[in-house]
Design a protein around this ligand. Structure first.
Ligand code: SF4
Length: 313
């Protein structure tokens, strides 16, 4: 069976061997983050509907999981906001009912958790990884460029409510965009609200490969120390410090070689590679990032987007 909506398993630095489920069409999201690895949002919306038929996702999951694969997590992620699919709860119920041996993670921007029905739909997951990059409306607008129907206070309310109801792990991610949310005033606001949310972990992330906007830069080590010090009483982790992907059992050297062979012939964007190789863009992104970290490839910003090339050594 050729899979359209599940991908991997990918070597995830935080989740180990992770089978991805993408229940949303490419770049359908409530946000258009300046740092998004998948490029600009093409369908900015808060409308929840069955974007991908639940029965098709379930058929793929059944086909794959009946082979009893070794997985650390089954993860809702992808190139948009997974809670926009109104069937997410049904998929989680199917997995829990038929494959209870697998843990379920939901990677979400958290923007719809103010809706009780969204919270109820993902409550049976084992782990939820929401993001919260800013608390002031101004910084929130500049970083996440959310659909106008959303406001940050509503989103924070949703995260607080979800923590009260959900018994699993909440790993809250803050993506630092230097110059916007690493100021003392923003970090102070973030700290205050994160104390109220009370996540299991606070995970600090920053750019490690080009995002949608090329003015977004990685955080330097001095600022990173300052950011971490703001959360020092909380269980804080820096995402860059996690185990490298190549050491994770699902790291597929064959996929890496196919990527290298393709960009050796001509520089490609992540989208080009995804189309040419028939591999989900999230999976491609993980391998590109690993190749960048090991200095095997480099990236160049051209008119059509970010192109990856082999680095001449
Ligand atoms: S980073 Fe996540 S939340 Fe932000 S635009 Fe991309 S998919 Fe949406």
């Amino acid at each position: 069976m050729k899979y359209q909506y599940i991908f991997g398993p990918v070597p995830s630095r935080r989740l180990g061997i992770s089978l991805g489920i993408d229940p949303i069409p490419f770049k359908t999201c409530t946000y258009n983050c300046v740092y998004c690895e998948c490029g600009a949002t093409t369908n900015l919306t808060t409308e929840r509907k069955e974007y991908i038929p639940v029965k098709d996702i379930i058929a793929e999951l059944k086909d794959y999981l009946d082979g009893n694969p070794k997985l650390d997590y089954i993860t809702f992620s992808g190139s948009g906001e997974p809670t926009l699919n109104i069937g997410i709860g049904k998929i989680i119920d199917f997995l829990k009912g038929n494959y209870p041996q697998y843990k379920i993670a939901v990677l979400t921007n958290g923007s719809l958790l103010y809706q009780k029905e969204v919270r109820d739909e993902i409550i049976r997951a084992d782990l939820v990884m929401p993001s919260l990059d800013a608390v002031s409306e101004q910084a929130f607008r500049r970083i996440n460029r959310a659909d106008n129907r959303l406001d940050i206070q509503k989103i924070i309310y949703g995260l607080i409510e979800f923590r009260k109801e959900f018994k699993g792990g909440i790993w809250l991610e803050i993506f630092i965009v230097p110059g916007i949310n690493d100021t003392d005033s923003e970090l102070k606001l973030l700290r205050e609200d994160i104390m109220k949310i009370n996540p299991t972990y606070v995970q600090i992330n920053s750019l490690d490969r080009p995002g949608t906007e090329n003015w977004v830069k990685p955080i330097n080590s001095v600022s990173l120390k300052k950011v971490v010090s703001y959360f020092k009483d909380l269980p804080v982790e820096v995402i860059g410090n996690f185990k490298s992907r190549e050491k994770i059992a699902s790291f597929d050297h064959n996929i890496e070689e196919r990527i290298i062979a393709t960009i050796r012939r001509r520089p490609c964007t992540a989208e080009d590679l995804s189309e040419t190789l028939g591999i989900h863009i999230n999976e491609i992104n993980k391998y590109l990032q690993s190749l960048l970290e090991r200095n095997i490839i480099k990236v160049q910003n051209l008119e059509r987007g970010f192109f990856f090339k082999i680095k001449n050594r």
